[in-house]
Design a protein around this ligand. Sequence first.
Ligand code: NAD
Ligand code: LMR
Length: 330
Amino acid sequence: MSTPTPVTVTVTGAAGQISYALLFRLAAGGVYGKDTPVRLRLLEVPSQTGAAEGVAMELEDCAFPTLASIDITDDPAVAFDGAGAAVLVGARPRGPGMERADLLTANGAIFRDQGRAINDHAAEDVRVLVVGNPANTNAYIAHRHAPDVPAERFTALMRLDHNRALSQLAARLDAPVGELDRVVVWGNHSATQFPDVSYLTRGGAPVTDGLDRQWLEDDFIPRVARRGSEIIEVRGSSSAASAAGASIVHMRDWVRGTPEGSWATVALPSRGEYGTVPGVVTGLPCRSDGGEWQVVEGLEIDDFQRARIDASVAELVSERDAVHGLGLVD
Ligand code: NAD
Ligand code: LMR
């Protein structure tokens, strides 16, 4: 029997809290499955490579059959060399009272430099997931510095918002979460996002009862959109294991396909789908055939949806303009 070729997966911010939950699931086969070994490349800032060594020691101690090797570096050119996947986690998290956009100045330059390194060193078919906030606009920055990589290879994490929406809906409908599908979170991973239940199904059938407009507007939408802040307030630091779990399923579905009939929310560089502004990285309903994300086509959008989608996309446009103003993108 021939041994499958390992996939090189680069994870940035490897000594941080999200990576501490992410790396073990990645090494255990959570994205590529039990038959494909992964070669981990961990990128950290120089002061944290020692802590990343400690994480690598624990990974070794798990004796995962799917873990082929671990390399630690503070050099993006080395980290992204030959990468088939890159999960860009390394960035400063926000604290209480901050909005994610407040991190643009602190984190934007990281994604400019990493976009360039991905462009020059990663594998041709690299898949990039940006987790570090503000995730959508950081993905925009990285994509704009990687002109040789197709735009749709750059994604930002909105699967966490999608999962949060599903979980709130399951509680409201008293339904097992696994029976619910076809939510979508449009726009930005921010307080303006629009978690949308217009196409929700339970066990494959449309859900028509139990979700009145008042509950949606007053409870559901703000609860999901502000869940990151709620976690920071209650936990004292930003979400980590749930963000790692969402990153794993985002990459798994991208690589291995979404289940039959199922959707995921993926933030992708817009091609103008559903009236969004081309170029900005916005949440869209997507399916994967096991290789590529495809935006779900042909959904009807009513006036309520239109106003919410437009408001969040307008915020993405203003973040885009801000990074151009800061000189992070020409
Ligand atoms: P953390 O502070 O625990 O870890 C961040 C790590 O990144 C640190 O070890 C730091 O040294 C490293 N780092 C900083 N700059 C780097 C660089 N240039 N190259 C490589 N590594 C670098 O933070 P965390 O809790 O793991 O969160 C990381 C990011 O993810 C934050 O920006 C947070 O807001 C964001 N986040 C996003 C989502 C989402 O759904 N998109 C969810 C949760 C958190
Ligand atoms: C989240 O949604 O939990 C993360 O983006 C962290 C944050 O700053 O809200």
